[in-house]
Unconditional design. Structure first.
Length: 379
């Protein structure tokens, strides 16, 4: 039996997406910047995908969808695209549980003299809006708060945080919504954000394409130079098959969003109940109620230093079951989880986290089998 429960790392492409990619590779492989008919066909494919992504997040006609290679590049473009507007270092606010694409980018700016405030989180991984309000300064130019945390599943109150930012400063507001888009309804207008990052392979597209939403009037500087594609913000010939796949995955996600989100929530809650009742060594991490619909995260509360999240992942893998030890972007390291440390867990506890994330193929039987095997491993 093979059971894949690591969709927060990546998802299997949908059959419809694979069909479209194959078709473009065979028939629609032109360069969208070329003026001949091959280029025109490619340009139509590109702009259709842009419209499909915009529709998924309810972006207006005058707002930009900038295609990137994925969520990491979209995050980098948001951070460095804003900060490159300033000749002198200013002030940035992020949370203490950001994805490494944000944290490492901001750490680079910090070396260059930028002032950075990292907002603390509570035991569930949530930011206190009052902390944001009290941290805003006259020279704050950007606030970036992750929407859905990939390691612990906690969802932040983005609409409230964006409103506080707008009411008390001139700063722009960015959110990394890579884990949210395609799984929950996202309306950039209602959220009040200026910039939003997403990635297609998190919701059944192929790897290699993401996007940055840019609100009308927001001024960004490009972080790479070239031919000026993507509104002169992301030069380089667009990866048309991956972008078209992202567009189609966006349309399919929008059609099924309400029903699939409800189904995943029910499965997630079933998983949490099953694990906490049958695996006494595991405790839930993250916010139980403000949580991604497809995400369960747990920490081993046994004192044995030999049993880590990575060991549980390896043992489950031998049984044909895929989960992860925290975020896939950091699962190759045995260092304590920075996210769990920020939530108040000890260093020893912070190497004992696991993440189980569900997808459109997950069934109750999958979860029952997984918990049975997990219980045997822990015993």
């Amino acid at each position: 039996m093979q059971i894949y429960l690591d969709s927060s790392a990546t998802t299997a492409p949908r059959f419809e997406v694979i069909e479209l990619v194959n078709k473009i590779l065979v028939e629609g492989w032109g360069n969208p910047s070329s003026l001949h008919s091959w280029g025109e066909r490619a340009a139509i494919t590109l702009e259709k995908a842009r419209w499909q992504v915009a529709d998924l997040i309810n972006a207006d006609d005058g707002e930009s969808i900038i295609f990137t290679s994925g969520g990491t590049e979209a995050d980098n473009l948001a951070i460095f695209g804003v900060t490159s507007n300033y000749s002198e270092p200013q002030h940035i606010i992020i949370s203490s549980v950001e994805h490494s694409a944000i944290e490492n980018s901001v750490a680079t700016l910090e070396i260059q003299g930028w002032q950075v405030t990292r907002l603390p989180v509570n035991r569930e991984g949530r930011v206190n809006p009052e902390d944001l309000k009290n941290s805003l300064q006259p020279n704050t130019v950007l606030v970036s708060i992750i929407y859905g945390q990939s390691e612990i599943g906690t969802i932040q109150p983005i609409e409230i945080l964006a409103k506080i930012t707008k009411n008390h400063s001139q700063a722009l507001f960015h959110t990394d919504a890579v884990q949210v888009v395609g799984h929950l309804s996202v309306d950039v207008s209602a959220l009040g954000v200026d910039l939003l990052s997403l990635s297609g392979h998190k919701f059944y597209s192929i790897q290699g394409a993401g996007a940055l939403y840019v609100k009308k009037g927001v001024n960004l500087q490009p972080i790479q130079q070239g031919g000026g594609q993507e509104h002169r913000l992301r030069s380089g010939t667009q990866a048309l098959p991956a972008i078209a796949a992202l567009g189609l995955a966006s349309s399919l996600a929008q059609q099924e969003l309400e029903s699939e989100s409800l189904r995943l929530r029910e499965l997630r809650d079933y998983l949490i109940e099953l694990i906490t009742s049958e695996c006494s060594y595991l405790s839930l991490t993250g916010d139980k109620y403000h949580r991604l619909p497809h995400h369960g995260s747990f920490i081993l509360n046994n004192s044995s230093s030999q049993i880590t999240g990575r060991k549980i992942v390896r043992d489950l893998s031998l049984a044909g079951i895929a989960i992860s030890a925290g975020s896939a972007c950091n699962s190759g390291t045995s260092l304590p989880s920075k996210v769990l440390l920020a939530m108040g867990y000890s260093e020893q506890e912070s190497i004992k986290g696991i993440r189980i994330s569900l997808d459109r193929t997950t069934t109750k039987e999958d979860l029952q089998w997984t918990v049975m095997v997990l219980r045997q491993i822990l015993s």
